[in-house]
Write a protein that binds this ligand. Structure first.
Ligand code: SAM
Length: 288
């Protein structure tokens, strides 16, 4: 199989299969020879481990992962790519292509059916950017024992997802990610590395899933509802945001903020995840 990162090969394969790339499916294919080997290496792919990939495109990263991983399972939504993928990956006996929407598949069942129970599984993917956060949250909330999650996303998304909770760049999604994993930005990939070039640059980031969360909260879902509300209106104080977003009376939130030891006008973006947990537990206690 010829180099799948070679822009002339990509164009030829697409033309031979009568395909035009879909913007709505986030189809920007890698044409930089260095990115996939670097991602595969940093992902931790190795003979004893399996890899779940999302969105193989024409299979450029899939082939690289298959060189070292024991098994690669890759999920592609676009049915039009399936026959092309059987050409580009058909010679590899450790690769399985599954057609489907990653957000709708039964992930635990997919893992159970495709990897031996003792095999560690990691995720490595160049994600379709229109579903970056939903895919990352799905992977984390599934609580499947992924060893690590190494994904390419829009650079701004990587900055937000990997920000320190308690800094201006952090949002509700940063808190959610931090609850489940340690996040690290690994390297940037310029827009010129893709066909077609998107309007933004990209970054590869890695999530190392935590064995236990860094904080203890009485009710996870309730905690995340409060966090979402607290961050939803950036200009408002945490008290106003939480009250507006959860429907709880302002006086109750104000009392909980005081009991937790914060200033009345504290803003969510200044709080660490431990402080957010303290605030949540304080609100939960004042409800009794
Ligand atoms: N891995 C290839 C590469 O690096 O060149 C392609 C990456 S491209 C950014 C994203 C891929 O995800 C496309 O092949 C697209 O069709 C696929 N995709 C989009 N939405 C999807 C979904 N909901 N589930 C699975 N795959 C999806």
């Amino acid at each position: 199989m010829k180099n799948l990162w070679d822009i002339n090969n990509v164009k030829r394969l697409l033309a031979q299969n009568g395909l035009t790339l879909s913007k709505t499916l986030g189809q920007n294919f890698l044409t930089d020879p260095e990115v996939c080997p670097r991602m595969a290496k940093l992902s931790g792919a190795r003979e004893e481990a399996g890899v779940l990939e999302i969105g193989p495109g024409i299979g450029v990263l899939t082939r690289e992962l298959a060189k070292t991983a024991g098994k690669v399972v890759t999920v592609e939504l676009d049915r039009r790519l399936l026959s092309l993928l059987s050409d580009t990956l058909g010679d590899l006996d450790n690769v399985t292509v599954i057609q489907g929407d990653v957000l709708k598949l039964d992930l635990p069942e997919l893992i159970r059916e495709n990897f031996p129970p003792e095999m560690p599984v990691l995720v490595c993917a160049n994600l379709p950017y229109y579903i970056t956060s939903p895919v990352i949250m799905l992977l984390l909330e599934s609580k499947l024992p992924f060893e690590s999650i190494t994904v390419m996303v829009q650079k701004e998304a990587a900055q937000r997802l990997c920000a320190r909770v308690g800094s201006r760049q952090a949002g509700a999604v940063t808190v959610a990610v931090d609850y489940y994993a340690r996040a690290e930005q690994l390297f940037d990939v310029p827009r010129e590395s893709f066909l077609p070039s998107p309007k933004v640059d990209s970054s590869v980031m890695q999530l190392t899933v935590r064995q236990t969360p860094p904080i203890e909260v009485a009710d996870e879902a309730g905690f995340f509802r409060m966090v979402k509300a607290a961050f939803s209106q950036r200009r408002k104080t945490a008290a106003n945001g939480i009250s507006a977003g959860t429907g709880l009376p302002k006086e109750r939130i104000a009392a909980a903020i005081e009991t937790a030891g914060f200033a009345a006008d504290v803003r969510a973006e200044t709080l660490t995840i431990e402080e957010l947990a303290r605030l949540y537990n304080s609100i939960a206690e004042t409800g009794d």
